[in-house]
Write a protein that binds this ligand. Structure first.
Ligand SMILES: NC(=O)C1=CN([C@@H]2O[C@H](COP(=O)(O)OP(=O)(O)OC[C@H]3O[C@@H](n4cnc5c(N)ncnc54)[C@H](O)[C@@H]3O)[C@@H](O)[C@H]2O)C=CC1
Ligand SMILES: O=C(O)C(=O)COP(=O)(O)O
Length: 631
């Protein structure tokens, strides 16, 4: 049983609910895997006393019905693709050229429309009839697109890596999942980087144009050798690493700057990780491979060019925006930068009269980094599978604005996800109207190791359950944290370790709402919070605790909670009233504090009782309070 030898209590210590039957053990901090938003989620380490003063709980009847399917659609889109439509297949808009193999995957699942020349306005007016949108780098998926989608757009697939053309904040706010295809074009981009590096060093493009113009200028196009030269890779991620590997093969000395790259990956490739200044000041060639973000925007500017080795050569297959293009023109004119080879531009296509593009020491390509047959087929399949998965309500391994949850974790958490949402829905309905909800505490009891319980899904579903009954907001895993923050909800999570089999991820989930009045006083625990607890039993969600009362009711259909004086005949009495009004009881459970004192009756009902039925229940003399809750 319990081993509570470790007395780690982080302030404030949490007192376990009297309902909790599981004995606690030393608790540990629940790790929050990649919690990416700034939502005020706090997590505390606690140790609960090893008492268990649960009132006796007994099921009055056997389960008459089982809960409906607990199959998880964690994205929980606002409307069911299949409902109310003569054409249940989703509509997938592909706005840029996508490989045939990917289109095949999409066509097997939905109606695919390939419209490659949409203006921003056309896209905005088209989008409200689309469930998914697939883009490359040429389509700007702006806030306006999400607004005009009017809730229908469920997923944006970026057939490639860079997602700087998608307004991620807007996507998240609208609960639209964004997925990308981050691996299939890595080699293509690296090969293009090397092609530009060597072509630039040997003036291939300029010499080609010269010969085609009828000239033969051998001395004008004398190049530089790359062997023995120092190449600085800025951004040592997938593409950067592959460029490094190839440059090593060319006999270059490779250094890299990347504040987030693991040193062992660099070491394994024989690459030294250095500071930004060291990289730019020692390199003969600088190759850019970082994403365009607010931090990297125009990171190559006048100040940077003042630090480089005179005559440096620059390659950019990342994003045009990481360079201040006017500053680069100045550096080229002054000879500080000898040459540049650019695949990407701040504005694409760049203006015809662009000084940078027209510069004689600049080699350009029209964003061709990912454009090999092989990469495009790979990217198309990668994105099509991610989009189809997302449309089915699954999370993709390449989700950009939602946690990436492996399929096996999803399937394991599936019944707990259903439980979490139902607990959220119940808890919020127990709040008396008019009282503002601010602080929600979620307590997970689990035998799993701290790193082995990912609660993001559960938290999102509790948030959904709490918010949706009291507002018009639609909440899913993508926008749960954002929406909670918008509504001023503070959700804190706590994990209490228990001695039990770690076979199941969670033993119980408790939802507490603080500083509010309840319309059902018995739901308020000793600590003064509305508190309910649930468990998954036989794969189905059950309510196991209301306030200080233990109950056991399958969370199916709707629920009536009554507090009564514990005396014989109550179950029959209320059961008769419901039966007379044709309301089918699916489950009943009574929990009490002391014999013949107060008891709580939890009654699962298939149909919603009408006002008259509820009044009759309320009129039973021994019933002190009752509440009807929709699940
Ligand atoms: N021209 C083209 O057709 C293509 C362009 N790209 C571009 O290349 C970029 C990199 O792609 P991947 O290597 O696949 O992405 P990645 O995510 O694997 O690598 C990016 C690396 O940049 C690093 N980084 C982030 N901020 C940085 C900073 N301030 N300074 C230095 N490094 C920083 C990251 O730590 C990461 O290691 C993409 O974001 C995309 O914009 C990618 C594929 C094709
Ligand atoms: O994958 C990327 O980030 C790219 O830049 C490739 O862009 P593209 O799909 O060729 O428009």
């Amino acid at each position: 049983m319990a081993s509570s030898s470790t007395k780690l209590v982080f302030s404030p210590p949490f007192t376990s609910s009297p309902c909790s039957k599981s004995s606690p053990k030393s608790s540990s901090l629940l790790s929050f895997l990649h919690h990416t938003t700034s939502t005020p989620v706090s997590l505390k380490l606690s140790h609960s006393p090893s008492h268990s003063r649960c009132s006796a709980s007994f099921a009055v009847s056997n389960v008459l019905k089982t809960v409906t399917s607990t199959e998880t659609s964690v994205l929980n889109y606002p409307q069911d693709l299949d409902s109310g439509s003569s054409n249940p297949r989703p509509t997938i808009l592909v706005s840029e050229k996508l490989g045939e193999a990917g289109l095949e995957v999409l066509r097997s699942f939905g109606n695919v429309e390939c419209l490659y020349d949409l203006s921003p306005d056309d896209l905005s007016s088209k989008i409200s009839s689309c469930d998914a949108l697939i883009v490359r780098s040429g389509t700007k998926v702006t806030r306006q697109v999400f607004e005009e989608a009017k809730g229908r757009l469920k997923v944006v697939g970026r057939a490639g890596v860079g997602i700087d053309n998608v307004d991620l904040q807007a996507a998240t706010e609208f609960g639209c999942l964004v997925v990308n295809a981050p691996t299939a074009n890595t080699v293509a981009a690296a090969e293009h980087g090397i092609a530009l590096l060597t072509a630039m060093a040997r003036n291939v493009a300029q010499a080609d144009a010269s010969v085609k113009a009828g000239k033969w200028q051998r001395s004008k196009y004398v190049g530089v050798s790359v062997v023995g030269k120092t190449l600085a890779i800025m951004g040592f991620g997938k593409v950067g690493s592959e460029v490094a590997r190839r440059a090593k093969g060319l006999g270059m000395h490779v250094i890299a700057h990347d504040p987030y790259a693991p040193a062992d990956r660099a070491r394994a490739l024989g690459v030294e990780l250095v500071s930004f200044d060291q990289a730019v000041s020692t390199a003969d060639f600088i190759s850019l491979h970082m994403p365009l973000t607010p931090t990297t925007s125009k990171v190559f500017n006048d100040e940077t060019f003042a630090k480089v080795k005179k005559g440096v050569r620059i390659i950019n297959v990342a994003r045009g925006g990481v360079i201040d293009e006017d500053a680069l023109v100045r550096a080229l004119d002054s000879g500080v930068v000898a040459q540049a080879a650019l695949d990407v531009f701040t504005e694409e296509p760049p203006p015809k009269e662009s000084k940078l593009v027209q510069h004689e020491n600049v080699t350009v390509t029209p964003h061709l980094g990912a454009s090999t047959k092989e990469a495009q087929e790979g990217v198309a399949i990668e994105i099509a599978e991610a989009v189809v998965g997302a449309l089915k309500g699954e999370l993709s391994a390449t989700a950009v604005n939602a946690p990436m949850v492996p399929a096996e974790v999803l399937s394991e958490l599936s019944p707990y996800v259903v439980l979490a949402e139902k607990l959220g829905r119940l808890a919020v309905q127990l709040v008396a109207g008019g009282s503002g909800i601010k602080n929600i505490r979620v307590v997970y009891r689990s035998a799993r190791d701290q790193d082995d319980l990912d609660t993001r899904l559960l938290r999102a579903m509790i948030t959904k359950g709490i918010i949706e009954p009291i507002s018009a907001s639609f909440v899913n895993l993508v926008n749960a944290d954002f929406t909670a923050k918008q509504k001023g909800l503070r959700i804190s999570e706590e994990r209490i370790g228990i001695d039990s089999s770690p076979e199941f991820p969670v033993d119980s989930i408790q939802v507490q709402i603080s500083n509010v009045d309840s319309k059902f006083a018995s739901a308020v625990s000793d600590s003064g919070d509305i508190s309910i607890e649930g468990k998954v039993k036989y794969g189905k969600p059950h309510l196991t605790c209301v306030g200080s009362f233990a109950v056991d009711v399958s969370l199916e259909g709707n629920l009536i909670l009554c507090r009564q004086v514990d005396q014989p005949g109550m179950i029959g009495h209320v059961g008769n009233i419901l039966g007379e009004h044709n309301v089918n009881v699916s489950f009943m459970s009574v929990g009490r504090t002391h014999r013949r004192k107060q008891a709580i009756m939890a009654i699962g009902v298939d149909e919603e009782p009408n006002k008259e039925t509820l009044q009759k229940i309320g009129g039973v003399p021994a019933i002190e309070e009752f509440v009807f809750l929709e699940l």
